[in-house]
Design a protein around this ligand. Sequence first.
Ligand code: BGC
Length: 279
Amino acid sequence: MSSTEGAPAGVVPAQLLKGQKAMVTGANSGIGRATAIGLGRAGADVVVNYVAGREEAEKVVDEIMAFGVRAAAYEADVSKEDQVVAMVDRMVQEFGTIDIMVANAGLQRDAPFTEMTLAQWQKVIDVNLTGQFLCAREATKEFLRRGVVPEVSRSAGKIICMSSVHQVIPWAGHANYASSKGGVQMLMTTLAQELAPQKIRVNAIAPGAIKTPINRSAWETPEAQEDLLRLIPYKRVGEPEDIAHAAVALASDLMDYVVGTTLYVDGGMTLFPGFATGG
Ligand code: BGC
């Protein structure tokens, strides 16, 4: 069995995604890593995409294979069209098809607005928004080619966009990141509307503050954590497995009627906690 920290044993039904093939981008660390492992635990075969950090990706593959499913690490920069096309083609060749695309890869390049360079703006939009467009598009082509296989799933494919609470919460000092996630929200709902008639389900997860390398400074000291908890009514910082569980559920037929929804997994961060005592 795997030693994945924080994942409550037995929570995820082992056969929920049996026979399905999933790709998770940016799966060598953080939310992507936990999600890839969660999908594998639920019985899916998993492609672990990474752009840097091959060793970490291979470790994730080993953890997934311990569940008795297939897994492989594929290198590709999700912001590069040729690399995404080649990566999805390779998955179709090596795994037969794709049923679940988790467009997760994302990054931050923070700066006060007047100091934000075009390069910082562009990098975040390229990876967080254009990357999701490319991954969703290539997966969709394969979903449409293959269609519904009833023994595998009621839908022809599932796309899960990894968004953020910052698709709705403005975030000073992070204009590029918040804009990218606002874009993800509209990309997701538009794709959901366009593709639902073809039995493709497009949804998003909007994580709040989750303990990952992207926001280490916000939770690693007791003082930082205290500050952060003021923004979280549920009074705990999230774990990557909180997101993995949501992704497994959304990808499964338990959620077959869920189309075009953002699932906020944020301990209540989007409930305007400042208004609990103010206003
Ligand atoms: C960001 C984190 C942040 C969290 C809550 C996420 O989307 O990547 O850095 O802690 O939102 O603000």
